[in-house]
Design a protein around this ligand. Structure first.
Ligand code: GSH
Length: 104
């Protein structure tokens, strides 16, 4: 029995020589219901993510705004590619774009 760490580097399996785990980053604020909903969607899909709380950190909020071009939370990135906010994440799941982005 082996175990793997979500967000870890590519791992070797018997089925496939290298399977890379998508790196998902979500910028959040604690009071934001859209952030909670976006995290719940990712969790429901069994997707591990790195959460960056920007409530009390102006530098991290600035980083989010510069990377996304948006000022609202959440902002979600998959493998460095900007997905958008909660509504964009929901739309991407419905359209199949999310699966395509996760597949790399
Ligand atoms: N349609 C956006 C709504 C996001 C939104 O309105 N977020 C609020 C917090 S719940 C926000 O960032 N407001 C500005 C702020 O709190 O600085 C989405 O789906 O992500």
């Amino acid at each position: 029995m082996t175990s793997s760490t979500p967000g870890a580097t590519p791992r070797m399996t018997a089925e496939s020589p290298a399977v890379s785990t998508p790196v998902i980053t979500i910028y959040t604020k604690g009071y934001c219901p859209y952030c909670h909903a976006a995290k719940a969607l990712l969790a429901r899909r069994g997707l591990a993510f790195e959460e960056i709380a920007v409530d009390h950190d102006r530098a991290l909020e600035k980083e989010m705004i510069e990377r996304s071009g948006r000022r609202t939370v959440p902002q979600i990135f998959i493998n460095g590619q900007h997905v958008g906010g909660h509504d964009d994440l929901v739309a991407a799941e419905r359209s199949g774009d999310l699966d395509r982005q996760l597949a790399g």
